[in-house]
Design a protein around this ligand. Sequence first.
Ligand SMILES: Nc1ncnc2c1ncn2[C@@H]1O[C@H](COP(=O)(O)OP(=O)(O)OP(=O)(O)O)[C@@H](O)[C@H]1O
Ligand SMILES: [Mg+2]
Length: 267
Amino acid sequence: MDEERKFRGDAKTAAMDSRHNSETVESGRSVLEARGLKKTYGTREKNLEVLVDANLELREGEMVAVVAPSGAGKSTLLHLLAALDTPTSGTVYFENKAIETQEDAALAEYRNRAVGFLWQRHQLLPDFTATENVAMPLLVRGEPHEVALTEARKWLTEVGLQERAEHLAGELSGGEQQRVAIARALVTGPKVLLADEPTGDLDEQNAWAVFGLLERLHRTHRLTSLIATHNLALAERCDRILGLEHGILRTRSVKVEARGTPGGEAS
Ligand SMILES: Nc1ncnc2c1ncn2[C@@H]1O[C@H](COP(=O)(O)OP(=O)(O)OP(=O)(O)O)[C@@H](O)[C@H]1O
Ligand SMILES: [Mg+2]
């Protein structure tokens, strides 16, 4: 396993930063791509440029971390990639198609089916059971109640929470709530998982457990994952680490085994 943690973070990889990450992964299908993403928030005093020129390409099966300090724009980036917000300029492509040009129905479909989103604050409904919370995205897309609940229970079992399925979300521990949130993010069978600080509120032991669960689900469900985190030790288990500085994404390091083989798998 130690070999798996080997990283290369040299000047060359750092220099081939934002424009094209083609040096890191030349094979594998492009699943999610961002070109020239800019996000400026208008505040009373002045405009705040959070993303200046963010470029990113996620290839099928990759697990990539974005590590940057608080306020750098990680959540902003993930929200734009998930079409939960719109960029000031620039484009997000899913499977080589620009998402901004799609009709409302296609965009809703993208949010609901293509992307699983793990919120920074898990945003579970505390007065609903774990099962009801996980079933919610399926109910939103019109699945019959029983089908949604059955699928939700299956997912709660998959994240090891079958014993807590009928507990109210508000009564679960932080680690359990995060597992419910993971089940809710994946219940629709997305291709992409965008996880915003999935271990941010957890103690070290729970953080490793939740991250291990994400790794397992990433593999078994053939996801393409982007994970924002402060935790460099966890990030180092990903195929690549990106930094976000002054609104620009840069490659910080690439796992040796991942080079040319996204997700460490033959393509
Ligand atoms: N809707 C908004 N209006 C104005 N400013 C905003 C808005 N959303 C975010 N910001 C600002 O944009 C910057 C980036 O915020 P963002 O939440 O993306 O950072 P982050 O890297 O996710 O931070 P953290 O690690 O604390 O979650 C911050 O300075 C924040 O105050
Ligand atoms: Mg954030």
